[in-house]
Design a protein around this ligand. Structure first.
Ligand code: PMP
Length: 428
């Protein structure tokens, strides 16, 4: 393959005429090419837990401790003593594995507790738990939407939503574009059995918010279901951390709320909050739920993490103090952070090579951040993506801002023209 530095992951998904071994060979050449320029920082092996500092051992790099901006553990609860104690106590009580799928022996008391806690968190009656946030979306949508139906997706929804829609018809609208959404709702009237609009609350790459109030109004007007995945807003957005839904007080208006336990709730797993009848239906008809083992006992710590959002709101407040301080610092350096309104803060470079070079230099300065390119965002919308935590200190953030000043001196990222925001192919 020519020009390996201009290729993206997508180019290797399916190469005409090449079987798995040959495609793997092409892929290896691509990785070698990126590695030869020091631009490959994926799957960095970390020797420390989730937190504001990561211990990495990178050949030739002077640092072992890096300020880490790669975790979605926004409230820092993976290291909270009460959350850890709950996981340890559950392992002591139940052992390490769940042993079966929920219908045939793998449904435990702590699963019911998690389901009740997350439903109550969103002021609703019922929820079902899945083994990941990805599965919650893909399983629920595959179960509810078939060939007679239509999924209407914001272009920037998460990859798990795209996968959930493989059994149904799909129409997409440009990111947060209400006119385009309304047009689809209007022209698709009476053509499908069920129409479902599926959006994120906070978008995973730009950290911007959905105009939820208007989208819900359009769904009501045109008789479509509304599904909101607020994986990145939960714990972060809203007076009490209930996400974008809380901002507009739409708890009872959203048909289906989905999300993950792997971010603010400090563990792993996903959930679907919906009407009791729909939840009961999902329990016996979503294949990924009935044919797969349930979350292990350590997941009992999720209920503790959910309680802590209310019991210790200081973590959310500290997170917001960090967000304000850090974003202002980046803007003062003249860097382009797009439309973020959450703990996800991108610095746009508009060019994948530049994002990779900036990430490499940041590592040299002791800062660990992610480069993001196509297909997670469009090629012209490449960026360095950073996530903040409540447990970052001001010293950590100052170290990152100093690092960016140094990187900018070399790469002149601040002198790039701002790009048009919003359009992404496949979010990760
Ligand atoms: N939805 C969104 C918006 C996400 O960003 C992610 C993960 N990055 C998921 C769902 C999947 O969650 P999980 O990692 O728990 O599978």
């Amino acid at each position: 393959m020519e020009n390996l530095e201009n290729k993206s992951f997508k180019d290797f998904e399916n190469i005409p005429g090449l079987g798995p071994d040959e495609r793997a060979c092409e892929w290896a050449a691509y990785v070698d090419n990126w590695q030869s320029r020091g631009h490959w920082n994926y799957r960095q092996e970390s020797f420390s837990g989730c937190g504001p500092v990561a211990e990495l051992r990178i050949a030739g790099n002077p640092h072992q401790q890096f300020v880490s901006l790669v975790s979605n553990d926004y409230l820092g609860f993976t290291q909270h003593p009460k959350v850890k104690a709950a996981a340890i106590a559950a392992i002591e009580q139940y052992g390490t594995g769940a042993g079966a799928s929920p219908a045939i022996g793998g449904h435990y008391h702590f699963h019911r507790e998690i389901e009740e806690s997350i439903a109550a968190f969103f002021k609703r009656e019922s929820a079902i738990v899945y083994t990941t946030g990805y599965t919650a979306n893909s399983a629920m949508l595959q179960c509810l939407l078939k060939k007679e139906d239509l999924a209407i997706l914001d272009m920037a929804v998460h990859a798990s939503v795209q996968e959930g829609c493989i059994l149904t018809n799909i129409k997409t609208f440009p990111h947060n574009n209400l006119e385009a959404l309304e047009r689809i709702l209007r022209i698709s009237q009476d053509q499908y059995r069920t129409r479902m609009v599926i959006i994120d609350g906070v978008y995973s790459q730009d950290g911007d918010l959905a105009p939820l109030y208007q989208i819900v109004a359009l769904c009501k007007l045109y008789g479509a279901y509304i599904v909101v995945d607020d994986a990145h807003g939960t714990g972060v957005i809203g007076e009490t951390g209930r996400g974008v839904i809380e901002l507009y007080d739409l708890f009872q208006e959203i048909d289906i709320i989905t999300g993950t336990f792997s971010k603010s709730f400090a563990h792993v797993g996903g959930y679907v909050v919906a009407k009791p009848g729909v939840v009961e239906y999902l329990k016996f008809h979503s294949r990924q739920h009935i044919f797969s083992a349930t979350l292990p006992p350590a997941a009992a710590c999720i209920s503790t993490a959910i309680r802590l959002v209310d019991d210790e709101p200081e973590w959310q407040h500290k997170l917001w103090a960090n967000i304000r301080y850090f974003k202002n610092g980046l803007l003062e350096l003249g860097l382009d952070t797009g439309n973020t309104a959450s703990a996800i803060i991108p610095v746009k470079t508009g060019d994948p090579q530049l994002a990779a070079e900036a990430t490499k230099l940041l590592l040299e300065a002791g800062v660990y951040a992610n480069q993001i390119g196509y297909p997670a965002v469009s090629k012209k919308d490449a960026r360095v993506r950073m996530s903040l935590m409540a447990t970052h200190t001001q010293e950590h953030l100052d170290q990152v801002l100093n690092a960016w000043q140094w990187v900018d001196g070399k790469l002149k990222v601040s002198q790039l023209k701002p790009i048009a925001y919003g359009y992404k192919e496949e979010a990760t």
